[in-house]
Design a binder for this molecule. Structure first.
Ligand code: NAP
Length: 515
């Protein structure tokens, strides 16, 4: 009997032993940088001929690794291998599949510091953020293992005289798993393990800016001797191989997390029938956000400022749940700006392998240019309160930047920036604050700080986001506690880490036998 699911505790870095373990892991990973990695299809490792590099965003000269660049032929072969593995994998017992996840969780727990260190180098996560990413990956494994055991039990149906009736959940087929780079351990592990534990087989195409941590996950699954072809590892540019995987007639479902643009592209392509295809493809699409924290005049202003700064600048603002709009009641507006500014001044930007740096670099050159272009737009659209500059040239650093007096319908008020740029918007009253909060095409996360019971109650229903938080920040959803997914252009609301999630990877079959 498994113990009840509990979230993995976060590492306490105030303890010297944990600091020493993290430092040792950083040195271990540093010594392993620059290696070459294969594509793995049907259990066979293929190295080259072409490679692409993963680089440290905080130190351009540092090569994390060179990854075999998946091409169209490899993509076709990977789908074929997954289809072949699907002939047997669904027939393994659900408990057996669940145990692969439990065992992977145990290995990740043992290698927690090392996995975090890979993300510190590859994605410029701070110690705390990298540790939380690994903890969330462990949570997904533990949670979905238990969920599969629950789903494999007889499902309730109404008794009918003279018949035995049952309903059970079957896998769908080959699942393309396409994760983003921003939670490169947690989201990748969550989507992949959900597909595998429900009996599907997977073509995993990791994000090109975070293939090393994806490889570490694959390595763990390989170490567990997952049967060949159940999980195929196919790094490579999404623009070159993504369509091939999505369009393939043997691809049955696509689990994607990333930008609105690519999500919609996948949706459109998946809807098109290709020769030989005998099903309607299913898509699970989790996309961007323009998340808000709304603060009214009754709120605890220190708690609100703390929440805004943590949610806006944690991991450089590169969380889908990041607070990108602070909507503040005019009566407390200037006071709040002062409190936000004061807290932003304490953030130290620099390479996060040094724990004194609490904010690292943004992910790559394209993000750096795009985010900085929004800083330039912000200078025209608002009043600069903090930041506004690039950081040290050795990496893609941008200071935590705050613009006040942003209009709700301006570019900073509407577009996902995905970087350390916060737009502060003034509202006249609570009702106007709500309509500003709801006034974008997205609906992922939001928070309300208020002491008014009436507004907190109303806010529960009228603030239109998949994840809403009252009197706390809008980031940091926990598996099982706050199932995560968004409304409108933020995606299909496929609540990851929730009790409904695995169903998305299954189809229900009803069987009746007449006695
Ligand atoms: P992205 O550019 O859309 O990339 C996501 C994944 O799609 C990557 O693996 C990418 O591969 C791949 N891809 C690119 N072109 C493709 C194509 N034509 N066909 C199939 N796949 C393709 O997003 P990102 O920059 O990695 O992530 C940031 C975005 O993710 C933000 O918008 C953020 O809000 C969103 N996000 C949402 C959630 C959520 O739960 N709602 C969670 C995290 C992030 P390459 O890397 O090779 O291009």
């Amino acid at each position: 009997m498994l113990p009840e699911f509990r979230n993995e505790p976060l590492t306490d870095f105030s303890r010297t032993d944990n600091q020493n373990s993290m430092r040792a892991a950083i040195e271990q990973v540093r010594a392993e940088l620059g290696r070459k990695y294969p594509v793995v299809i049907g259990g066979y490792h293929y190295a080259g001929p072409d490679y692409f590099k993963s680089v440290n965003p905080a130190r351009h000269s540092e090569i994390i690794g060179e990854f075999t660049k998946g091409n169209k032929d490899m993509a076709l072969a990977a789908v074929k291998a997954a289809a072949q593995a699907f002939e047997t994998w669904p027939w393994t017992a659900p408990w057996e599949r669940a145990r692969y996840l439990l065992k992977a969780a145990a290995i990740m727990r043992r290698r927690k510091f090392e996995l975090a260190a890979w993300m510190i180098f590859e994605t410029s996560k701070s110690w705390v953020e990298a540790d939380a990413d690994v903890a969330e990956a462990i949570d997904f494994l533990e949670f979905y293992a238990r969920e599969m055991m629950r789903l494999s039990l007889p499902q309730p149906v109404t008794p009918y005289p003279g018949e035995e009736n049952m309903l059970y959940y079957m896998p769908l087929g080959v699942c393309a798993v396409i994760p983003p780079w921003n939670f490169p351990c947690a989201i990748l592990t969550g989507m992949t393990s959900a597909a595998i534990v429900t009996g599907n087989t997977v073509v995993l195409k990791p994000a090109s800016t975070a293939p090393a941590i994806a490889w570490k996950f694959f390595e763990i699954m390989e170490e567990l001797s997952l049967p060949p072809g159940v999980l195929n590892f196919l790094p490579g540019p999404g623009g070159a191989i993504g369509d091939t995987i999505v369009d393939h007639p043997q691809t049955r479902l696509i689990a994607f997390t990333g930008s609105k643009e690519i999500g919609l592209r996948i949706q459109e392509r998946a809807a098109k029938l290709n020769p030989g295809q005998i099903w309607i493809k299913r898509t699970i699409l989790e996309m961007g956000g323009k998340d808000f924290i709304l603060v009214d005049e009754t709120a605890d202003l220190d708690a609100a400022a703390e929440g805004i700064v943590a949610a806006a600048f944690g991991f450089q603002g590169q969380k889908c749940s990041a607070c990108s709009r602070a909507i503040i009641h005019e009566a407390v507006y200037e006071v709040m700006l002062g409190k936000i500014k004061e807290r932003v001044a304490r953030i130290k930007v620099g390479p996060p392998d040094d724990p004194a740096n609490t904010m690292g670099a943004v992910i790559d050159a394209a993000a750096y240019e795009k985010i900085y272009s929004y800083v330039e737009i912000g200078r025209k659209e608002g009043r600069l309160i903090a930041g506004g500059n690039k950081g040290p040239e050795s990496g893609y650093f941008i200071e935590p930047t705050v613009f006040a007096d942003i209009k709700p319908d301006s570019r900073l008020g509407q577009e996902e920036i995905f970087g350390p740029v916060l737009a502060v918007i003034k509202c006249r009253d609570f009702n106007e604050g709500v309509s500003i909060a709801n006034g974008t095409e997205y609906g992922l996360t939001g928070a309300l700080f208020s002491r008014s019971r009436e507004r907190l109650e109303r806010g529960r229903w009228i603030l239109h986001t998949g994840n809403l938080y009252l009197n706390r920040k809008c980031t940091g959803a926990l598996v099982g506690v706050q199932p995560f997914g968004g409304f409108n252009m933020s995606g299909t609301d496929s609540k990851a880490g929730g009790g409904d999630y695995l169903l998305l990877f299954t189809q229900a079959k009803s069987v009746a036998e007449r006695f």
